[in-house]
Design a protein around this ligand. Sequence first.
Ligand SMILES: [Zn+2]
Ligand SMILES: [Zn+2]
Length: 151
Amino acid sequence: MTTPDQPKRLPANYQLVYDVVRAQEPGLHAPAGDIFTRAKALKASLGYSTVYRALDRLCKMGLVLELHLPGMNAALYEQARSGHAHFVCRSCGRIEDVDCDVPSDAIHSFVRGRDGEVEEIILTVHGRCTACRLTAPEPAGERGGDRSIES
Ligand SMILES: [Zn+2]
Ligand SMILES: [Zn+2]
């Protein structure tokens, strides 16, 4: 998995949406509504459905990553880049990028061994962030499941 290069040619509206996502500070994840607001500021005639379709398309092209996190009803978007997982704080909902090498080769061969096909690998780590741990320490002897994948 590598970060895709700028594709040769995108329709103008898609390019605009892509630029908006790329302009986002690394580590930030925005819902479609925010991306729409920012894109519309650049081009007033843009409709929500165009932005939404562009995001969908950019995700399928592997340029944008769509994140569905447990407990959040809206998907979040960021520029696709390889080798990162997400840490989600259970208490405040803060999301952080975790630079790590997801063992995608192992996952691919596992799934292929079962005649399956991997579409995407999204690793989410759940726990509590520093601020939450400092303000509300967990009772002694109890440590929440720090790593789980739920839906
Ligand atoms: Zn927190
Ligand atoms: Zn991320």
